[in-house]
Design a protein around this ligand. Structure first.
Ligand code: PEP
Ligand code: MN
Length: 372
């Protein structure tokens, strides 16, 4: 059960204290408080856990200072969609960019940062196309211990400075250890916060619960959590809930394909038909990663690359974010060159996305006209 207080009822007020006193007396019920501090107002939500099935919703609803009471299903308490809770929004804003189940943001960029020159070419091209988001891998989780592990903190300053130079507002950057959050934070401070970072949890760390707790405990940076490539969707959504249960609700859920030979000749079995499923089960914006799903530059006989086909399949189903690998010189890329799109393909890729997004919007309008 979630109790949502009226906006003026904040910690220390008389009504707040009375509600707390009421809750303290409930047997076998614990509570956890989450204050969502917005520019206009602070919304306090109280999560009740334990023996909540016997509680009288109407009685709690009637307490002075209580705005609404929502009964939640057992799963995904914070991020899930619950029967009587269509008012709580999934949207969040970060560094001037809005993320929700209705928006669409493209994060085209380097799988792994290699040289300042490549970072600059990429960001300059994005600015020319009016893009304000990118992906830049500094900490790379590699299958082979002898493979390039990413430049780590050594590249952060120039990546952030160049982002500021080219108007990039959000960089998706994977972290594989909690110390990386501090390194990113320190580099942003040192460079005068020219940009923002969305912390990325990679598919290999989806169930690294201690990492999830660390990333969830901080509220400054939003998080993109990828679906685990060998676990169920439910297990991956629970992993996302770890972030929110620790306090960070600015969470985007990423589909990136499943590891199975059934997906051959693609690197992974593309799972973008789950875009609407995740939107139905939770309130998270949904990201698709066509690069790590498809994993090649194979082109169909219709002239369209498989990566483009997979991207538009996700967009036409309502995806809210696209994470995609580009590289100025894929032959020289230190990670995942074979799946990278070319700089000259960027305008074409964005136009293809626009076509698919328009089709999605028309499909929504058509659905609205159907009898319930
Ligand atoms: C990545 O996006 O760079 C990456 C490693 O992806 P994944 O965790 O999905 O393999
Ligand atoms: Mn990669």
């Amino acid at each position: 059960m979630i109790i949502i207080l009226e906006p003026q009822v904040t910690s220390g007020s008389e009504e707040y204290n009375k509600i707390m006193a009421f809750l303290e007396k409930l047997p076998n019920v614990q509570h956890r408080i989450h204050a969502e501090v917005g520019e206009q107002q602070t919304l306090t939500e109280i999560y009740l856990i334990g023996d909540t099935h016997t509680l009288d919703k109407e009685e709690i609803q009637a307490l002075p200072g209580v705005g609404r009471v929502v009964r939640v299903s057992r799963e995904y308490r914070v991020l899930g969609r619950h029967a009587d809770d269509d008012q709580r929004t999934s949207a969040f804003e970060y560094n001037g960019v809005t993320f929700s189940q209705d928006t669409l943001n493209v994060f085209a960029g380097l799988c792994a940062v290699d040289t300042p020159e490549h970072v600059e070419i990429m960001m300059k091209a994005l600015q020319a196309e009016g893009q304000v988001c990118t992906r830049m891998g500094a900490y790379k989780p590699r299958t082979n211990p002898y493979a390039f592990q990413g430049h780590g903190k050594d590249c952060l300053n120039y990546v952030f400075e160049l982002a500021g130079k080219y108007g990039i507002k959000v960089i998706s950057m994977e972290v594989t250890h909690e110390s990386h959050i501090d390194e990113i934070h320190a580099a942003l401070e040192a460079t005068g916060k020219p940009t923002g970072v969305m912390l990325q949890i990679g598919t290999r760390n989806t169930q690294n619960f201690e990492l999830l707790k660390s990333v969830g405990r901080q509220n400054e940076y939003p998080v993109l959590i990828k679906r685990g490539f060998g676990i169920t969707l439910e297990e991956s959504l629970n992993a996302a809930e770890y972030l929110a249960s620790e306090g960070n609700r600015k969470v985007v859920f990423g589909l990136r394909g499943m590891k199975t030979n059934m997906g051959d000749p693609h690197r992974n079995l593309v799972d973008f038909s789950h875009v609407p499923t995740v939107k139905r089960l939770t309130r998270m914006p949904v990201c698709i990663d066509p690069s790590h799903s498809v994993g090649t530059r194979s082109r169909c006989c219709d002239g369209i690359l498989d990566v483009f086909h997979a991207t538009t399949q996700g967009i036409i189903a309502g995806a809210n974010m696209v994470l995609v690998d580009f590289h100025p010189n894929p032959a020289k890329a230190l990670v995942d060159g074979p799946q990278a799109l070319l700089m000259k393909e960027l305008p074409y890729f964005l136009e293809d996305i626009r076509i698919a997004r328009e089709a999605y919007e028309r499909r929504r309008a058509l659905a609205d006209k159907q009898p319930a």
